[in-house]
Design a protein around this ligand. Structure first.
Ligand code: ZN
Length: 331
């Protein structure tokens, strides 16, 4: 007999509150970056907000640090050795724009493990979110712009190597261009890299993605969403990836300290709907990583990331997880 009490009445009638997993570690916000615009405490704040929204312990998966053999799929042995030994040159540290410490290296190893775990889980459930990750400025042989290791690139290559996916797409909606990821996959035709970003900011020199959409300071919601709709679901239909890595950056938000795209929270909610809903409708597993976000009030960034999770909830309720119904995409 069905035990309604143990199943939870709410769950029985309305479905699971969070029909997907969160990958998160408390170690993410323990790394000390000193006074820095990149505030790792946002990870903890998102975690706490999720608990307040009714998430349970079983909704969270704890990542483990990535193994060096996996990192070597993307990163050079020389760079990894320098990171471990702590002998990056002053100019390398300047390019990285983060103070080096042993804890920083540990943080990087752990967040790559987190994105791998989230990507594997997305293949099982249809959607998964890593409360972290999205360090898209990291190149094979060096780090840049707060990014030590390229978690998305390593996870993608590992799944490909293991035969779990044949083709993947990176949908990079962080404010900044995904230069590291674009460079890493430049010659690999089983990866489609898409980046929509602000042109007149870092990185000054942009690598070529499979498709780059450059916007300008002050463009706002209408231009941003129109540019995105021009390519989605078109690109999903054309490339048919086995997995999408979605970098749901919070830094296109109006008032961000590092940029000026001036997209509103509502605009970013619509962005998430476009990217995630179409993947789900077409039965393409998608993993969310969070990327950047540098609002003067960190709560605004947390709200943007929580909205992404609300979009996931909404879409999962509508289209389900696992082997989602494949609806024919409109022409
Ligand atoms: Zn960014």
């Amino acid at each position: 007999m069905l035990n309604l009490q143990s199943m939870g009445l709410m769950e029985f009638f309305f479905g699971k509150k969070f029909p997907f997993k969160f990958v998160y570690s408390d170690d993410y916000w323990m790394v000390d970056l000193g006074k820095h615009v990149f505030l790792v405490k946002k990870y903890r704040m998102i975690y706490e907000k999720l608990l307040a929204m009714g998430a349970k312990r079983e909704n969270f998966l704890e990542p483990r640090p990535v193994g060096d053999e996996d990192l070597l799929l993307i990163h050079t042995a020389k760079y990894l050795k320098k990171l471990k030994a702590g002998n990056l040159s002053p100019s390398e540290i300047q390019t990285l724009e983060l103070p080096y410490s042993e804890d920083l290296a540990k943080f990087a190893w752990l967040y790559v493990g987190g994105t791998i775990l989230a990507a594997e889980q997305a293949l099982k459930d249809g959607l998964c979110v890593h409360i972290g990750g999205g360090f898209h400025h990291a190149f094979s042989d060096h780090g840049e712009g707060f990014c030590v290791l390229n978690d998305v690139a390593v996870a993608l290559e590992k799944l490909k190597e293991e035969g779990k996916i044949q083709k993947a797409m990176v949908v990079d909606c962080d404010l900044h261009q995904g230069n590291g990821t674009a460079a890493i996959f430049a010659k690999k035709d089983y990866v489609f890299t898409f980046s929509i970003h602000q042109m007149d900011i870092y990185p000054a020199e942009k690598s070529s993605s499979s498709l780059d959409v450059g916007l300008w300071s002050g463009d706002g919601d209408d231009k941003y969403l129109a540019a995105l709709k021009e390519h989605f679901p078109r690109l999903y239909r054309k490339f048919r990836p086995d997995l999408v890595f979605y970098i749901a950056g919070a830094d296109p938000l109006k008032g961000d300290q590092l940029g000026g795209l001036a997209v509103t929270k509502e605009g970013l909610f619509k962005r998430d709907m476009i990217v995630i809903e179409w993947a789900r409708r077409m039965g393409i597993p998608l993993v969310v990583v969070f990327g950047g976000g540098y609002s003067p009030d960190i709560r605004d960034n947390v709200a943007v990331h929580i909205n992404t999770i609300r979009v996931m909830q909404k879409i999962m309720r509508k289209f389900g997880g696992g082997n989602a119904k494949r609806v024919p995409p409109p022409s």
